[in-house]
Design a protein around this ligand. Structure first.
Ligand SMILES: *Cc1c(COP(=O)(O)O)cnc(C)c1O
Length: 447
């Protein structure tokens, strides 16, 4: 039995797949919060390069991957597809479990797939400097790596609490040439005004987004980049599923269930969307998106227009949301702590194509430890949610032969602090109180 299926460089996809024209029911356009009308490209053009905006709005099914982008992706792509035979054995299941290993990238997650493409399009439009925000540091690291490849400066606003608690993330960004400041910083108006009122604030992703956007909007040479949620990020991540599909064909398998963990939705969608045409042709494929019980946007949120950040500085997006001022509790799957869900994934949930699965963090860490012991790779805490989902599917009925494919979004070698807290019994399960979600929902913008 083949353990892993590895493609040659020249078998790598040369086009991305855009699912938008194939989505039943289509997508609602992003709105300008001032006019409540679809936002104009001119307005978005202040912070995004035009070629990225074209991809964001595109209804072309296949879009060429530029040669320069392919050359950089080849540093680690095509990524291996692995059959988790040892995990199957440990579970005693007849199910076949495959995972696509995105942990082999320079920063250990799927995020550079989009960072490299975004840095490239900024480069060809003459952008000299890119700003972004980062929570735990994964996206900041990916963008620092990508910008270094194109000689672009990268400025990362990193949430204060992570900046203080996770100094090695900062070192990774610095190694790739990124400049990192703790957010709120005294380098922006919004940062200064928050520091004046709350000098000891731990910061938040919302504040960091607002600072990065202000920085980009006020400098001629600077644009902004976002690491998940938006259509162009899902487009860039589709390379995961396109490769996986070829590899599954080589293995002689078709997946019955496709699973991914969902923060903003990009790694899950990246694996899942290339299978949407097969689904629409009537093939029986289930798409399962797993999320933490403490931040359950597709299980407990509503489908509505909402802001992408607390400071209400982004366009309104039509998505499943817990409310832009929802503050998720500090569970350790940092990358899954986002109040909203990609409009593409949201549309698939609405059409009942995606089944949401809500999981508690302790069962996810247990799954991660079993995976590490059996398959030998320590997963990121976010990825543990995908693994748990795969285990749930594989053990529903141990005798049911089925083929499961999940996305291994990243390794956890820089997350051992979270594992320490798990081993010390310092982590607890947490269901977010219904009332908190309702309170936050009451503040949704009125459309
Ligand atoms: C950022 C991140 C996620 C969540 O982001 P998505 O946009 O939902 O994919 C999941 N896993 C890892 C390892 C991450 O770094």
């Amino acid at each position: 039995m083949t353990k892993k299926i590895v493609l040659r460089d020249d078998e790598m996809p040369t086009q991305w797949y855009n699912v938008v024209p194939d989505l039943p029911g289509g997508l609602q356009p992003p709105l300008d919060p001032e006019t409540k009308q679809p936002i104009t490209p001119e307005k978005l053009g202040r912070v995004f390069p035009m070629s990225i905006l074209e991809q964001e709005m595109s209804t072309d099914r296949m879009i060429d991957i530029p040669e320069e982008v392919l050359d950089i992706l080849k540093i680690w792509r095509p990524s291996p597809l692995v059959r988790a035979t040892n995990l199957e054995k440990a579970l005693g299941t007849k199910a076949k479990i495959f995972f696509k290993n995105e942990g082999v990238s320079p920063v250990g997650s799927h995020k550079p797939n989009s960072a490299v493409a975004q840095a490239y399009y900024n480069k060809i439009e003459g952008v000299k400097r890119i700003t972004t925000e980062t929570g735990a540091g994964q996206w900041g690291s990916a963008l620092s790596f990508a910008t270094s490849k194109f000689g672009i400066e990268c400025k990362v606003y990193m949430v204060r609490v992570s900046f203080d608690q996770k100094p090695y993330r900062k070192s990774i960004m610095q190694t790739f040439g990124g400049t990192v400041v703790a957010s709120p910083s005294n380098e922006t108006n919004i940062g200064r005004s928050i520091l004046e009122k709350m000098p000891d604030t731990p910061g938040s992703l919302g504040i960091a987004i607002s600072e990065a956007l202000e920085d980009a909007a006020t400098r001629e040479d600077t644009k902004y980049a976002l690491g998940s949620v938006l259509n162009h990020v899902v487009l860039h991540q589709s390379i995961i599923g396109l490769e996986a599909k070829k590899q599954m064909e080589i293995a002689g398998e078709t997946p019955d269930v496709i699973i991914g963990c969902c923060g903003g939705g990009s790694n899950f969608a990246g694996l899942a969307v290339p299978y949407v045409p097969d689904y629409l042709e009537g093939k029986k494929i289930r798409f399962v998106g797993t999320e933490p019980a403490s931040c359950p946007s597709i299980t407990s949120g509503v489908l509505a227009y909402d802001f992408g950040d607390v400071a209400q500085s982004t366009p309104l997006m039509y998505m499943y949301t817990l409310g832009h001022d929802f503050i998720p509790p500090g569970i350790h799957a940092g990358g899954l702590r986002y109040h909203g869900m990609a409009p593409i994934v949201s549309a698939m949930v609405r059409e009942k194509m995606v089944e949401p699965m809500k999981l508690h963090q302790l069962e996810c860490f247990e799954a991660g430890v079993l995976f590490a012991k059996t398959e030998g790779i320590i997963p990121a805490p976010e990825t543990c949610h995908a693994i748990r989902g795969a285990i749930v599917e594989a053990t529903r009925d141990l005798n049911e032969p089925k083929t499961i494919l999940f996305n291994f979004s990243g390794h956890g070698l820089i997350d051992m602090g979270s594992y320490d807290r798990f081993y010390n019994g310092e982590l607890h399960n947490y269901d977010y109180p219904e009332e908190e979600i309702l309170k936050s929902m009451a503040n949704l913008p009125k459309i």
